[in-house]
Write a protein that binds this ligand. Structure first.
Ligand SMILES: Nc1ncnc2c1ncn2[C@@H]1O[C@H](COP(=O)(O)OP(=O)(O)OP(=O)(O)O)[C@@H](O)[C@H]1O
Length: 287
């Protein structure tokens, strides 16, 4: 069953095109990771799916309806990129407050236990550290026993241990049949949780595939050198010339350097650099 979808969605903010013709299905079950650099359009896409913003054109559906319909929003949980918690409320009061808006909430103590913050229950949220506040904000998305949860960069500011605890809690929710859409800048985070990765760059879906497939694609390196007469080399996905230098993009930089030496062409100033995610995908998709 499809829980949410966008069809050819475009969203502009003035002259900025934040999303440009995005078509995406979110079926029931599993974790969908949205990966992309700053400004790619990830948060905008989430805001459209949860009904906080409307598309400039195209269709957005949540549980088969308009996402602004309160009936469909009852069944989602959301942690936006930034959350304001009432500073004088204690953690357990904050959970109880959100729970009161749902017909069958998870008991607050159980929720806090699940997210590893039971020891903070009596603390005022204003006195929590940034990481503790973030964990609470993510936990709150799950209090209403949602079918579909949207987490916008859930582990920003968390230390390694807290991040793993949060991954475990989100993973358990998915194992029990829940569906999660999360955004991240890090492939590592997506790898830990997601079955499917949607790569977003400059407002477009650049790739939508399994974690393994995406991992293979983003291992692209840029090999830059100065040479007068380069032969055609295997495993080169793109060649660029700039200011007398040649850049070769390749999934296997070590092999490319071996091939260069083997070809016997004189070259100098060799540099090998990882590409950014966006660069790798823009190259691979030829956009
Ligand atoms: N309310 C707004 N008004 C004007 N421009 C906006 C607004 N919200 C987003 N944008 C612009 O739309 C583009 C996409 O932004 P968005 O926040 O969706 O990206 P993102 O992928 O979530 O980035 P990040 O990883 O930095 O959170 C950016 O160019 C951003 O500056």
């Amino acid at each position: 069953m499809l829980l949410a979808r966008t069809v050819d969605v475009t969203r502009r903010y003035g002259d900025t095109v934040a999303l440009d013709g995005v078509t995406l299905d979110i079926p029931e079950g599993g974790v969908v990771g949205m990966l992309g650099p700053n400004g790619a359009g990830k948060s905008t896409l989430i805001n459209l799916l949860v009904g906080l913003r409307r598309p400039t054109s195209g269709t957005v559906e949540l549980f088969g309806r308009d996402p602004r319909d309160p009936a469909s929003r009852q069944r989602i949980g959301v942690t936006p990129q930034e959350t304001g918690l009432p500073g004088t409320l204690r953690v357990h009061e904050c959970v109880a407050f959100v729970a009161a808006h749902h017909p069958d909430p998870v008991p607050p103590a159980e929720l806090l236990e699940r997210f590893g913050i039971a020891d903070l229950a009596r603390r005022q949220t204003g006195g929590l550290s940034g990481g503790q506040r973030r964990r609470l904000a993510v936990a709150l998305a799950f209090v209403g026993r949602p079918r579909l949860v949207f987490l916008d960069e859930p582990t920003t500011g968390l230390d390694v241990q807290a991040r793993r605890a949060l991954w475990d809690a989100v993973g358990d929710f998915a194992k029990q049949g829940g569906t999660v859409v999360l955004t991240s800048h890090y492939l590592e985070e997506i790898e830990a949780l997601a079955d499917r990765v949607v790569v977003i760059g400059r407002g477009r879906v650049l790739a939508d595939d399994t974690v393994d497939a995406i991992r293979g694609m983003v291992g692209i390196h840029r090999v830059t050198l100065t040479a007068t007469d380069l032969p055609t080399l295997p495993n080169v996905v793109s060649v660029e010339q700039s200011e007398g230098r040649t850049s070769l993009l390749t999934p296997d930089a070590d092999q490319l350097v071996r091939d260069l030496v083997h070809a016997g062409v004189p070259f100098h100033g060799l540099q090998v650099q990882p590409t950014t995610l966006e660069e790798a995908f823009l190259t691979l998709t030829g956009r």
